[in-house]
Design a protein around this ligand. Structure first.
Ligand SMILES: Cc1cc2nc3c(=O)[nH]c(=O)nc-3n(C[C@H](O)[C@H](O)[C@H](O)COP(=O)(O)OP(=O)(O)OC[C@H]3O[C@@H](n4cnc5c(N)ncnc54)[C@H](O)[C@@H]3O)c2cc1C
Length: 225
């Protein structure tokens, strides 16, 4: 009986230290599960674009780590209005956000890197293993053994692939090929820049013929184009 009541999953290896992998590790560790994150990068660098976190996502984050949304709000920017402009910069209309009345939270725009840093800071440093690129894994009856490019192996009860759009874990497990390019291209740049034409708490959407330009305020003086 004692054997049956023991938790089936005690140790979890999460591949990928992006926002999905880190948030999953926080949630699992809150449940007392020994979750570790394995990230191929040698360090967390200021990469990625801007993200809009919607109220449902913020509620999920607050569920796994109460108070984290307040930290995110201090870093990012709360979107109070969205302005639609022509490609020449003429305003078509400005809409005030109704998110607060409807869902109790505004949309939050934040730099992917800042979100990653805030999530990482909620985990003990020793459970984030940088310079660990997953190259292979094998399963047996009771566990998964993961192999890394640096020659290390890790045994865990469960392996979670959070290694992005070109997931190595998915490739090995499902092997359904590379993601399909559907013909849309997104160019993104994050710059530290302030201008009166970029008011805080506002997202600007400029529409061209077949193009859309989003100007997101990411907080702390950063803008995404
Ligand atoms: C243009 C664009 C705009 C977007 N806008 C939004 C938005 O407004 N709101 C929103 O919620 N989402 C948005 N997204 C989606 C969002 O960025 C993704 O859903 C999110 O980043 C996925 O998180 P993830 O942790 O699963 O993967 P990722 O963020 O891609 O992280 C994967 C991590 O795994 C690591 N890794 C990769 N391979 C390996 C390996 N073999 N071994 C170890 N580590 C590995 C990578 O280095 C990386 O750190 C947008 C995406 C794009 C492209």
């Amino acid at each position: 009986m004692r054997e049956i009541s023991q938790p089936v999953v005690e140790k979890v290896a999460i591949i990928g230290g992006g926002i999905g992998g880190l948030a999953t590790a926080i949630a699992l560790r809150k449940q007392g599960i020994d979750a570790h994150v394995y990230e191929k990068g040698k360090e967390f660098r200021p990469v990625g674009g801007g993200l809009g976190l919607q109220p449902n996502g913020l509620r999920c984050l607050d569920g796994i780590k109460p108070g984290i949304v307040d930290t995110l709000k201090r870093s990012g920017c709360q979107v109070e209005r969205v302005t639609l402009k022509t490609s020449a910069g003429e305003t078509i209309r400005t809409s005030e956000s109704t998110m607060m009345e409807k869902y109790g939270q505004l949309t939050l725009t934040i730099w992917w890197w800042h979100l990653q840093q805030i999530l990482a800071s909620e985990l003990p440093a020793e459970v984030i293993h940088l310079n660990h690129r997953c190259i292979d894994f094998e399963q047996n009856k009771n566990s998964v053994i993961t192999h890394f490019e640096n020659g290390k192996t890790v045994e865990s009860d469960l392996l979670i692939g959070a290694d992005g759009a070109n997931s190595r874990v998915r490739e090995i497990l499902i092997g359904d090929g590379q993601p399909r390019y559907l013909g849309s291209m997104s160019w993104r740049a994050v710059v530290n820049y302030q201008d009166e034409l970029l008011p805080p708490n506002e997202v600007i959407v400029m529409r061209g013929e077949k193009t859309i330009l989003f100007l997101l305020n990411l907080g702390e003086g950063y803008q995404q184009y």
